[in-house]
Design a protein around this ligand. Structure first.
Ligand SMILES: NC(=O)c1ccc[n+]([C@@H]2O[C@H](COP(=O)([O-])OP(=O)(O)OC[C@H]3O[C@@H](n4cnc5c(N)ncnc54)[C@H](OP(=O)(O)O)[C@@H]3O)[C@@H](O)[C@H]2O)c1
Ligand SMILES: [Zn+2]
Ligand SMILES: [Zn+2]
Length: 346
């Protein structure tokens, strides 16, 4: 095993402490990556602070860094290469989903970057709030040149999670897209939709983010707490990407979907109750998505490089991670915290 330093919440604790961590020795197709920047996803907050947790957790599943060592069978990377890693780090490789390049839907369940179970040794994976990560090369992506490495990190979870549904739903020039919840996922969904040529609207709880929405390229903002605005937006959108981080009634959002359109609910995951009439009236579709397959992730990174798209970030030293999580919980970030892990040394 090899030692590194990272941020861990022990047992039921919600606070992260700096600790020494162990990484596995490299397998033949592994890379050791010095983690430079790791985004703070709302999922990290859910895993630290929502519900019961008995096991320790090292969060972090969207990071960029540099290869420091490569196993003997590694072919795509060399020491010194810049890489990006997202929220899945392995899959079975042979099921129909893996064959189709949708490793995120692997029938054996993909190995999550943290809190997952390693397919070889059964250990629990430890995330990117850490100075080093050991990853199978297949699940590392070349960092696109020309993009800021810190602001690229959030593309690997927040970005790909909204990219796949936008892409698979055929969003393009003229598609009427709405993005519900303007946070980490939401602001990237707006940038992507705008760059794809969609007529893009933000649905937010207040008008506070209207200026930001315009700056991001959105054409309009609908205030979800204003019944008149919601009524006026009835049947207006071909696609709604719902990134809201808390359980909520889908009815008001389904009523904004146009005939034969789709509500893609990618935010807070859990049970939802749907009034079938909200789907019946207009033959509307309810869908979801999460993470992305390797080909789609590569395509998204290529699209971002061509369009100069990265996240709007607030970069903080990793020792401020608990404060960043508190602020994320209060919705006090525009629009993604990224941890600079250089304060961990190495
Ligand atoms: N499907 C997946 O694979 C996947 C991947 C990553 C994340 N997620 C999930 O996606 C959700 C969003 O993640 P994120 O990192 O984008 O979070 P975030 O940055 O906190 O943004 C979430 C947005 O949801 C809205 N919101 C927050 N609290 C709300 C409340 N009480 N009522 C209504 N709206 C509220 C806010 O938008 P406004 O201020 O504009 O209203 C907020 O900006 C999280 O639940 C996360 O776990 C899923
Ligand atoms: Zn995430
Ligand atoms: Zn599989």
């Amino acid at each position: 095993m090899r030692a590194t330093t990272g941020w861990r919440a022990d047992g039921r604790a919600a606070t992260l402490r700096q600790v020494t961590l162990e990484r596995r020795d490299l397998r033949p197709d592994d890379l050791a990556v010095r983690v430079d920047y790791c985004g703070v996803c709302h999922t990290d907050l859910h895993s630290l602070r929502d519900g019961e947790r008995s096991a320790s957790v090292v969060p972090g599943h969207e990071f960029t860094g540099e290869v420091t060592e490569a196993g003997p069978e590694v072919t795509r990377f060399a020491v010194g290469d810049k890489v990006a890693v997202g929220n899945i780090v392995d899959s079975c490789g042979v099921c129909a989903m893996c064959e189709a390049g949708q490793e995120n839907f692997c029938h054996e369940f993909p190995t999550l970057t943290y809190g997952g179970t390693d397919r070889h040794d059964g250990s629990t994976t430890l995330g990117g709030y850490s100075r080093e990560y050991v990853v199978r090369e297949r699940f590392a992506h070349p960092l696109p040149t020309g993009l800021d490495p810190a602001a690229t990190a959030p593309l690997l979870c927040a970005g790909i999670t909204v990219w796949e549904p936008l892409h698979s739903l055929g969003v393009g020039p003229g598609t009427r897209v709405a993005v519900a919840g303007l946070g980490g996922l939401g602001h990237l969904a707006v940038k992507f939709a705008v760059a794809l040529g969609a007529v893009t609207t933000v649905i937010s709880r207040s008008a506070d983010k209207a200026g930001d929405a315009r700056r991001l390229g959105a054409h309009d903002l609908v205030v979800s707490t204003d019944p008149e605005q919601m009524a006026a937006a009835r049947d207006r959108f071909d696609v709604i990407i719902d990134t809201i981080a808390v359980p909520h009634d889908l009815g008001p959002y389904l009523r904004l979907v146009a005939m034969d359109g789709t509500l893609s609910h990618v935010g807070h995951l859990g049970q939802v109750t749907v009034e079938m009439f909200d789907l019946l009236a207009g033959r509307k579709k309810l869908s979801s998505a999460g993470s992305g397959g390797l080909p789609a992730t590569a395509a998204m990174l290529d699209f971002c490089a061509r369009h100069g798209i990265t996240a709007d970030i607030e970069l903080v030293a990793s020792k401020r991670v608990n404060e960043a999580l508190d602020r994320l919980q209060r919705n006090d970030v525009r629009y993604r915290f990224v941890l600079d892990l250089s304060d961990l040394g190495g």
